[in-house]
Write a protein that binds this ligand. Structure first.
Ligand code: PYC
Length: 311
């Protein structure tokens, strides 16, 4: 199985180029459901140890259903599929450029939650993604978090579901990744216990804490807990989209105005939005990705961990 690894602002993506499962025909939503239901061994073997690790997002290329899309992709992590993934979309664009499949310019990718527009800049490492429409569902939802007291945040959609807390009680620095992970996992459990969900009962699987940026040129710093328990090394493309929806709804950021979002490791995205039709925002995320390896995964039937180490 041929894979190309990249990182976007520090967050890794593994794109499966050849050797992935045949998901048959149908819409991308149907094929994504088939990947999750019938090909768990494939997903685990690509992203889990010993070949992968908790933070890797897999990107499976499948035939697009639309003529205007240069690629169709299903993202998956160590737990499940992801509807959209901002950092992996930037990584995918750079990967396709590395393969000579796309040139700098405008392209469209199909994802299970909709079509996203991608601008590959001339350096072939910088990418701007115009994401699916994003919106805030609830403002100021409060939950009691075991050992930490009451937390108030917004529930917003950016291609995935997020709970966004404005003022992190723990400093957002790499040295605090362990306590930040523990706290955000507890916040997520508290939301589950309180029955707080996204639209149609969707699990709020990402938690974002915000605070002041370390670099004075950035507007804010974040820590993002991902569904499988790892943290996002990048400022999280879909998390930035949810943030933009909240900034717009609060009248803090004007359409087209730029915001620089810093991650917990100090990497940045430049982000902005245009108003969405019928509400919400259409986010634009700009970041850089780099290819780190072009490899073949080897599957030996005698290897007891060939299908990944699963707890
Ligand atoms: O960039 O959207 C993102 C993302 C989601 C989970 C990890 N990265």
């Amino acid at each position: 199985m041929r894979v190309i690894d990249s990182h976007t602002a520090g967050e890794p993506t593994r794109t499966v180029i050849e050797g992935g499962p045949d998901l048959g025909s149908g819409s991308l939503v149907e094929r994504a459901a088939r990947l999750e239901a019938e090909h768990i061994d494939f997903c685990a073997s690509v992203v889990l140890e010993p070949r992968g690790h908790d933070a890797i997002i897999g990107a499976l290329l499948v035939p697009p259903t639309r003529d205007d899309c240069v690629a169709a992709v299903i993202y998956f992590n160590n737990l499940q599929n992801l509807g959209m993934c901002g950092h992996a979309t930037i990584g995918l664009a750079v990967t396709l450029a590395h393969l000579g499949r796309i040139d700098p310019g405008h392209h469209k990718f199909e994802t299970p939650v909709g079509v996203v527009e991608v601008l590959l800049h001339d350096d072939a490492n910088t990418v701007s993604v115009v994401n699916v429409k994003s919106y805030r569902l609830h403002k100021d939802v409060s939950v009691d978090v075991e050992g930490h007291g009451r937390f108030t945040g917004d529930v917003a959609y950016g291609g995935n579901w997020f709970f966004l807390v404005k003022d992190s009680p723990i400093e957002l620095i790499a040295e605090n990744i362990r306590p930040l992970t523990d706290l955000t996992q507890k916040i997520r459990s508290a939301l589950e216990e309180a029955g707080v969900t996204g639209t149609d009962g969707a699990w709020i699987d990402h938690i974002e804490l915000f605070g002041s940026s370390v670099d004075a040129s950035a507007n804010s710093r974040n820590f993002v807990l991902c569904p499988g328990g790892s943290y996002d090394r990048s400022p999280c493309g879909t998390g930035c989209s949810a943030k933009l929806a909240c900034l717009a709804a609060d009248g803090i950021l004007e359409p087209g105005q730029e915001w620089i979002q810093e991650s917990v490791i100090g990497s940045t995205y430049r982000i902005s939005y245009q108003p969405g039709t019928g509400g919400g925002v259409v986010p634009k995320i700009t970041g850089q990705a780099f290819v780190t390896s072009d490899a073949n995964l080897v599957f030996n039937p005698a290897d007891p961990y060939s299908k990944g180490i699963r707890p």
